[in-house]
Design a protein around this ligand. Structure first.
Ligand SMILES: NC(=O)c1ccc[n+]([C@@H]2O[C@H](COP(=O)([O-])OP(=O)(O)OC[C@H]3O[C@@H](n4cnc5c(N)ncnc54)[C@H](O)[C@@H]3O)[C@@H](O)[C@H]2O)c1
Length: 259
């Protein structure tokens, strides 16, 4: 392999990445994709078993990892995880804020605790993690931050009012951080998935009748795979996307473009 070919094949060689919510679905596919292409990866989630199996897989790829259970909405836990990741793996080059949760109560019946759970997991997490990594990214004059939002950041869904609110806020936070980081060679972007078969959607999309109903609404006529989303995240984490900034890349099989 020539040097140029190797650089293309291993876009993240020597890089250190953090992926939140990495124990399953899109986060897992993203963490693995980064490791396959050369990165050492710090992973966190609430699901310890999922983290352990992912860490073993990253190890089999010959890459280092650091795995810890962290509630991404809890400031102290986030800052200590990021500090430990840097200590063990080196300064963080890439942050993927992926951890997320759905809304289970309709708006009229929503309790404060449910509102806090959704907003803390989907928005406050981005606030904590971005602040925790930015000082060292600014010192190094290099960084990539990708926040996983949703098509629901721009489309309202029935029974999804606070999920919509959280993803809309994460989208605007992406743009706000991008505006603030513009002088530091730190790219900040979002990826907005459409319908993807993961732990979050298994109840709904695991049912063949419901899956068929959704496929009807997707121009490409299939439900997305975690790897479809990870491919876009990896592009935004790569230096090929150095001029993409404050943007949301929707990966949705065409759902948004037909609305
Ligand atoms: N699956 C879809 O169709 C879809 C569509 C649009 C956006 N998304 C977004 O993609 C992201 C990944 O979700 P997924 O679909 O892969 O679902 P998933 O349930 O497979 O993965 C989400 C992970 O986040 C973890 N998590 C949840 N709350 C956490 C917390 N407080 N602290 C730490 N970890 C926590 C979960 O344990 C889980 O492993 C989420 O932000 C979600 O909102 C998913």
């Amino acid at each position: 392999m020539t040097e140029a070919e190797e650089r293309r094949a291993y876009r993240f060689k020597g890089k250190v990445a953090i992926v939140t919510g990495a124990a399953s679905g899109i986060g897992r596919a993203t963490a693995l994709g980064l490791a396959v292409e050369g990165a050492d990866v710090a992973i966190c989630d609430l699901n310890l078993a999922g983290l352990e199996s992912l860490a073993a897989e990253i190890g089999r790829l010959g890459r280092k990892s650091f795995a810890e259970t962290v509630d991404v909405g809890a400031k102290e836990a986030v800052f200590s995880f990021v500090a430990r990741a840097a200590e063990l793996l080196g300064p963080v080059d890439i942050l993927v804020n992926n951890a997320g949760t759905g809304q289970f109560q309709p708006f009229a019946m929503m309790e404060d605790e449910e509102y806090d759970r959704v907003m803390n997991t989907n928005v406050r997490s981005v606030f904590h993690f971005a602040r925790a990594v930015l000082p060292s990214m600014m010192d190094n004059d290099y960084g990539k931050i990708v926040n996983i939002t949703s098509i629901m950041s721009v489309i309202a869904g029935q029974g999804q009012s606070i999920y919509n609110t959280s993803k809309g806020a994460a989208k605007m936070m992406t743009q706000g951080i991008a505006a603030d980081c513009a002088g530091y060679h730190i790219n900040v972007n979002a990826v907005g998935p459409g319908m993807v078969l993961t732990g979050l959607t298994r109840n709904m999309l695991g049912d063949p009748d419901q899956a068929a109903m959704f496929e009807e609404k997707i121009p490409l006529r299939r439900i997305g795979l975690p790897e479809d989303i990870a491919a876009g995240v990896l592009f935004l984490c790569s230096d090929a996307a150095g001029y993409v900034h404050g943007e949301t890349l929707f990966i949705d099989g065409g759902m948004i473009c037909t609305r």
